[in-house]
Design a protein around this ligand. Sequence first.
Ligand code: KIV
Length: 263
Amino acid sequence: MRKTLTTLHHMVRDGEKIVALTCYDASFAKLLEEAGVDILLVGDSLGMVLQGRESTLPVTLEQMVYHVECVARGSTQAFIVADMPFGSYQDNPQQAFRNASQLLRAGAHMVKLEGGQAMLETTHFLVERGVPVFGHLGLTPQSVHQLGGYRVQGKAEADAQQLQQDAVDLCAAGASLMLLECIPAALAHAVTKAISAPTIGIGAGPDCSGQVLVLYDLLGIYAGKAPKFAKNFMQGATSIQQAVEHYVADVKGQRFPGPEHSF
Ligand code: KIV
């Protein structure tokens, strides 16, 4: 049976961690959900891991629609989330709705938007019109040039307070999941307690409601040094399927992420 937002909220209520992974095609969609992954995130990270770009900024709406369609064709069970690419939602809420509707038509069940206060009006506008919104706070890769690189966010007290306020306000505006990327574990813990929406962490410590990784990081495919929050699950596995099963078991069993993957 297809997982829904209600399924995910019930998992949190029952103390079960949510497992998410990025996914960009039909074959992996089938494999990942058969291994027990709850959320398939068609992330704009595809710009980096599939297209070889230096950032996610060049990814277009048309490319996202294509990959969402591929994932949706391979999937029967998972909850599918699509990233709204850079420039497809920041103008105004009407632009965001027009473009989000294309991603939902392609097979996504929810869209993910990066940003805090600047996204409140758009979040409310989308949710009022039936588009579920996944907030994304902390290291927001579409703002890499503003942030001065891929760095841990929310370390200073004022930044941490602002991030927590952003999470509270986005939930009040209707966001029903919250991605927390590269922030101190203690801050992610505080945000998770402060909001009713499940939090999904990447580089945000063990206390989020669930975890996400970029599929290629889990498979040990990265150029140069692995990010601190990543783990190569191919080590000790005899197949890709088994590596993903180990990731699912380690997140559900609260063995991943460990302190060595957290800030
Ligand atoms: O695009 C992406 O892969 C993401 C990650 C943070 C999971 O948003």
